[in-house]
Write a protein that binds this ligand. Structure first.
Ligand SMILES: *[C@@H]1O[C@H](CO)[C@@H](O)[C@H](O)[C@H]1NC(C)=O
Ligand SMILES: *[C@@H]1O[C@H](CO)[C@@H](O)[C@H](O)[C@H]1NC(C)=O
Ligand SMILES: *[C@@H]1O[C@H](CO)[C@@H](O)[C@H](O)[C@H]1NC(C)=O
Ligand SMILES: *[C@@H]1O[C@H](CO)[C@@H](O)[C@H](O)[C@H]1NC(C)=O
Ligand SMILES: *[C@@H]1O[C@H](CO)[C@@H](O)[C@H](O)[C@H]1NC(C)=O
Length: 348
C-alpha cells in the first residue's frame, strides 16, 4: 500500500532558543529556524501542484486570492501553525529545489510535465545543514492510506494493514532522526467517516452512522490507527533518546468541531462548499451543466462550512482546529507547539 508523503519546507533567519524569564522560573521558548512538513493533501501547500496538476480556482479564494496549491478556500492547519510560530508560509519542496526536482522522488515525472506548474528555482532559500537538527518536523498522515483501503478492500482488511502502514512511518521517522531531526509534531488522522465524501459513498447500512451522520466503521478504523500510532510513538521515544515526539489528537479536535458545528457558527457539517458528489461527480473548480442544471458551483459562504470540497476542510474549520491544538491541550506529552523543541542538555 502506498505510503504517500509530500514534503514542504520553509525557511527563515537562523534562530536560537530564547530563554524567557517568568518571575521565579524560566521557560524555554523554541525558536525553530525551519519547518519540514510531511503529509497528504490536508497539509499540502503546493507539492501536488508542483509535481502534478495545478489546483484550480476557487481554491484560495478566501485568503490568497488565487489558487495556492492548497485544497482549501484559504489557509490550512499547517499555515496557522507557521503563523503562530512566526515563520513564513511553507512552499513546496519541489518548487524549492527547482530544476533538480526529478531527482527528488522515485517517480517518473515526465508523465505529468504537460500539466506541471512553473517550477521556479530559489535554491538559495534551502536550509543550512545546521538548521536541520533545530527544525520542527510536522506530520499529518493516515487519511490517504486508510481511504485507499476503504475504496479497495474491506474494513477488516484496512484495519489489519495498519501495523504495516506504521512500520513505514516508523522507518521514515527513524531515518529523519538519523539525519539529525529532533523535534517531531505528529497529527493523528481525523474522523474520516465524517467526511461528506465518505458519507455519500458509504453503502448505507442500518446502525452504521452516529448522531452526527458520520460512518461509524470508518471512524473506528481511524481510531484504531490512532491508538496504534500513539503506541508506536511511545516506543519510538525509547528508541530515539535525543528527540521530542509529540502526538497530537487532531481526531478529537475535528470531531469536537463537527459535533458542535451549529454552536460554533457552521452549517450542517455534512454539507460542503465546492464541487458536487450528488447525482453527478464534479470536482471543485469544475462546472457541468446537465439538462439545464449546473453542478459544481461553489457556495457563497465558505466560512460557514466545515468541509470545503467534501474531503478537505475549509479555512474557517482549519483555524478553529489549529487554535485547539497549538496550546498542547490535545497533545501527548501535553506541550505547546512553541515549547516542543528538543533541548540539548549540554546547552542548558
Ligand atoms: C518516463 O515517461 C516518459 C513518458 O511516458 C517516457 O518516455 C520515459 O522513457 C520514461 N522514463 C523513464 C526513466 O522511465
Ligand atoms: C515562471 O516563473 C518566472 C520566475 O518567477 C516568472 O518570471 C515567469 O513569468 C513565470 N512563468 C509563468 C508562465 O508563470
Ligand atoms: C482493529 O484491529 C485491532 C487489533 O489489531 C483490534 O483490537 C480492533 O478492535 C480492530 N478495530 C476494528 C474497528 O476492527
Ligand atoms: C436529460 O433529460 C432527458 C429527458 O428527461 C433524459 O432522458 C436524460 O437521461 C437526461 N440526461 C442526463 C444526463 O441526466
Ligand atoms: C506560546 O504559545 C502559547 C499558546 O499556546 C502562547 O500563549 C504564548 O504566548 C506563546 N509564547 C511565545 C513566546 O510566543
Amino acid at each position: 500500500m502506498a505510503f504517500c508523503l509530500l514534503v514542504f519546507l520553509i525557511l527563515t533567519s537562523i534562530g536560537r532558543e530564547n530563554v524567557v524569564a517568568h518571575g521565579s522560573f524560566t521557560s524555554l521558548t523554541c525558536n525553530f529556524p525551519a519547518i519540514f512538513n510531511f503529509g497528504d493533501s490536508n497539509s499540502d501547500t503546493g507539492g501536488g501542484s508542483a509535481a502534478f496538476c495545478a489546483v484550480p480556482p476557487p481554491n484560495g479564494e478566501t485568503f490568497f486570492g488565487k489558487p495556492s496549491g492548497r485544497f482549501c478556500d484559504g489557509r490550512l492547519i499547517i499555515d496557522f501553525i507557521v503563523e503562530h510560530l512566526g515563520l513564513p508560509y511553507l512552499s513546496a519542496y519541489l518548487d524549492a529545489v527547482g530544476a533538480d526536482f526529478r531527482n527528488a522522488y522515485d517517480v517518473n515525472f515526465s508523465t505529468f510535465v504537460s500539466c506541471s506548474e512553473n517550477i521556479s528555482a530559489f535554491k538559495d532559500n534551502l536550509p543550512k545543514p545546521e538548521d536541520f537538527s533545530k527544525a520542527l518536523y510536522t506530520f499529518d498522515i493516515g487519511q490517504n492510506d486508510l481511504t485507499y483501503g476503504f475504496q479497495h478492500t474491506t474494513e477488516d482488511q484496512v484495519n489489519a494493514s495498519i501495523p504495516d502502514m506504521l512500520d513505514h512511518f516508523s522507518t521514515a521517522l527513524q531515518l529523519l532522526y538519523k539525519e539529525g531531526a529532533r523535534a517531531f509534531w505528529i497529527h493523528n488522522t481525523g474522523p474520516i467517516g465524517c467526511l461528506p465524501y465518505s458519507v455519500i459513498y458509504y453503502p448505507s447500512k442500518s446502525g452504521n452512522v452516529d448522531q452526527n451522520g458520520c460512518v461509524n466503521p470508518q471512524n473506528e478504523v481511524a481510531q484504531a490507527f490512532n491508538h496504534q500510532l500513539k503506541e508506536r510513538l511511545t516506543w519510538l521515544t525509547t528508541q530515539l533518546p535525543h528527540s521530542v515526539l509529540t502526538y497530537v489528537d487532531l481526531y478529537s479536535a475535528k470531531y469536537a468541531l463537527i459535533s458542535d458545528a451549529k454552536r460554533q457558527g457552521f452549517v450542517n457539517p455534512l454539507k460542503f462548499c465546492c464541487g458536487s458528489y450528488y447525482g453527478h461527480h464534479v470536482d471543485c473548480g469544475k462546472r457541468v451543466t446537465i439538462n439545464g442544471t449546473v453542478y459544481g458551483n461553489p457556495c457563497t459562504n465558505p466560512s460557514a462550512h466545515i468541509s470545503w470540497d467534501g474531503i478537505h476542510y475549509s479555512q474557517a474549520a482549519n483555524k478553529w482546529i489549529a487554535n485547539n491544538i497549538i496550546s498542547g491541550s490535545l497533545s501527548n506529552p501535553p506541550v505547546a507547539i512553541n515549547q516542543s523543541c528538543y533541548i540539548n542538555e549540554n546547552l542548558v
